[in-house]
Design a protein. Structure first.
Length: 299
């Protein structure tokens, strides 16, 4: 808090490594967080709370240093907050007491091994580690979401759905499971289902950039160009790292014959993600567009 006071409720912090959530913590009565057992690396600290403005901080953890890495986070209250549902006596977006406990260290180690294996493209190894993490901690919804995503990458849709649905049962306040189900429905062209799940996820986390990207993708596929453009733009405003939104805008503009706009989005995409898997194809498409635009300008 700006005046040094602790928040009046437990605030959830998510720790990410290379874009994947690896741990979660809640503030204590003094507003402090603590996460142990981290290896050396650059992490992202994310806080999305209904009463405070979002926080996205980068912290460099040096495991060779004996002293703990101390990070000071300043929570800035939002100008307005939405009221809780009358009569419920609780904030529907807050995690329950049962979800405040930490996952066992052995389970987290298996989870982290799964994340690294997934980053290295070893999907089968990642699946094995996530399965071990869940066996050690059946309520490890982070591992279940990642396991479901790994299954999704192998087109094992039934197994993926099972993990996503279980993650939602364990932690219904977390947006990830809903958005993962929405993504799966989008992949299988079940657009009505996709929109339903994505909307559920955005209800839990309105400023989730991935959620707006997925919603924009659904609108693009169902012929709602204006809404698609708005959602894709929103995803980039919330998180400039959501660079696939640029490609979504490119496809949208190409369908509308807006070649110059498509070229501009491709340039921005290549600037932000020069080493992405789609960068070579993006360069090829941009080259063709620039050639066509030059010819049209001469005519």
């Amino acid at each position: 808090m700006p005046n040094g006071d602790a928040p009046d409720h437990a605030v959830r912090l998510t720790l990410e490594l290379h874009g994947a959530a690896i741990s979660m913590a809640f503030s204590d009565s003094d507003g402090r967080f603590s996460i142990s057992g981290l290896e050396r690396g650059v992490y992202e600290i994310l806080i999305n709370d209904e009463k405070f403005r979002p926080i996205d901080e980068t912290v460099n953890v040096n495991a060779e240093i004996a002293d703990p890495t101390v990070v000071r986070l300043v929570l800035t209250p939002k100008e307005t907050t939405s009221a809780a549902t009358p009569g419920t006596g609780k904030n529907p977006n807050m995690a329950g007491v049962a979800e405040l406990k930490s996952f066992p260290k052995p389970a987290m180690k298996e989870y982290e091994k799964g994340v690294r294996a997934n980053e290295d493209g070893r999907t089968d190894d990642a699946i094995e580690h996530y399965q071990k993490a869940i066996k050690l901690a059946p309520d490890h919804y982070l591992a279940r979401n990642n396991l479901g995503s790994a299954y999704l990458g192998k087109s094992q849709f039934d197994q993926a759905r099972e993990q996503f649905e279980e993650a939602i049962k364990i932690n219904p306040a977390d947006a990830a499971g809903y958005l993962n189900l929405g993504n799966m429905a989008l992949m299988t062209r079940k657009y009505e289902d996709a929109s339903h799940w994505i909307e559920q996820g955005l209800t839990k986390e309105p400023n989730n950039a991935r959620g707006h990207f997925l919603q924009g993708s659904v609108y693009a596929e169902t012929g709602h160009a204006d809404l698609a453009e708005k959602e894709l733009r929103t995803s980039l405003q919330l998180d400039p790292k959501t660079t696939r939104a640029y490609l979504g805008l490119v496809n949208l503009y190409l369908r509308q014959g807006r070649k110059a706009d498509a070229a501009n989005e491709l340039r921005q995409y290549l600037k932000e993600s020069p080493n992405d898997a789609f960068s070579l194809k993006a360069q090829e498409v941009l080259g063709k567009l620039e050639t066509e635009l030059k010819k049209e300008k001469k005519q």
